[in-house]
Design a protein around this ligand. Structure first.
Ligand SMILES: Nc1ncnc2c1ncn2[C@@H]1O[C@H](COP(=O)(O)OP(=O)(O)OP(=O)(O)O)[C@@H](O)[C@H]1O
Ligand SMILES: [Mg+2]
Length: 265
């Protein structure tokens, strides 16, 4: 199968006042078309840096980033992004906030088709009836749902989610996970999810990649077996407990709290 995202042997260091800070150290990661990969790793290891390279917002010092068989050298409009604290324009309605990327990214859609698409996505995430509200009138979970719609509105090839649910309470987060599955069934995308939540990674993704501590490289990869439509109950099975245990252990290795020779497992 061809990979939609191909990150090949990427190295990157930030220039800082006290000298170069190596952040990525020969990182390689691929996502097939329609795949959804979760990336976990210690805080500060380089996950957000990785998302900026995929979106073309930064160029790596070495190595290559490919999207759809094209080398990424500049910002890509075919990438949709959502972050932990969505920035919404308070003077615009939720509907107009969701439509924002269509004003920036060239689109063949007419104005009314653009509005239909935004309304369709808001309906899909359960925000029908909130189109005319202002961002401050929505709860954190609702704003995050709207931000997901905004990331998807221009039908991006790639969806990058950088800790999108990190600021939400546990129950709201689980609601959002289920909505993500519903959205992916209707609006298939190729995705990269950065998260600190191991349960979230195994519930949402079909592969979990653990990055080493900074400078990051791919330390461990876990494929999540496909067992049909995912139900939140899957998180309470012995198989899920095994996967979480494995990932937890890998994070401890990445943090330097467990011996590195265990990575061969
Ligand atoms: N523009 C920058 N200039 C200099 N250093 C930076 C810059 N951006 C990030 N860094 C540093 O690079 C390292 C990796 O940052 P990055 O944001 O990619 O980590 P992260 O894995 O996303 O962390 P977290 O899990 O806390 O979000 C950190 O040490 C950070 O301080
Ligand atoms: Mg980050």
């Amino acid at each position: 199968m061809t990979n939609l995202i191909d990150i090949k042997n990427v190295r990157h260091a930030y220039k800082t006042a006290s000298g170069p800070l190596p952040v990525l150290d020969g990182l390689t990661l691929s996502v097939p078309e329609g795949g959804f990969v979760a990336v976990v790793g210690p805080s500060g290891c380089g996950k957000s840096t990785l998302t900026k390279l995929v979106a073309g917002l930064m160029k790596p010092d070495e190595g290559e980033v490919w999207l759809h068989g094209e080398r990424v050298k500049s910002p890509r409009s075919t990438v949709g992004m959502a972050f932990q604290n969505p920035v919404m324009l308070e003077w615009r309605s939720i509907l107009k906030n969701v439509m924002l990327p269509l004003e920036i990214v060239p689109t063949k859609l007419t104005k009314s088709q653009q509005e239909d698409r935004a309304r369709y996505l808001l309906d899909l995430v359960g925000l029908k009836g909130f189109e005319d509200k202002r961002p401050s009138e929505l709860s954190g979970g609702m704003r995050q749902r709207a931000s997901l719609c905004r990331a998807l509105v221009h039908q991006p090839d790639v969806l990058i989610l950088d800790e999108p649910f990190g600021a939400l309470d546990a129950f709201t987060r689980e609601d959002l996970w289920q909505i993500m599955h519903q959205v992916k069934a209707k609006e298939p995308f190729t995705g990269v999810l950065i998260t600190h939540d191991l349960r979230e990674s195994i519930y949402l993704a079909d592969q979990v990649v653990v990055l080493s501590g900074r400078p990051a490289r791919t330390q461990f990869t876990l494929d999540i077996p496909e067992t049909g439509p995912r139900d939140i109950d899957m998180l309470y099975t012995p198989e899920a407990a095994d996967m979480l245990h494995t990932l937890r252990h890998q994070i401890e290795i990445a943090q330097g709290r467990a011996p590195a020779e265990d990575t061969a497992a």
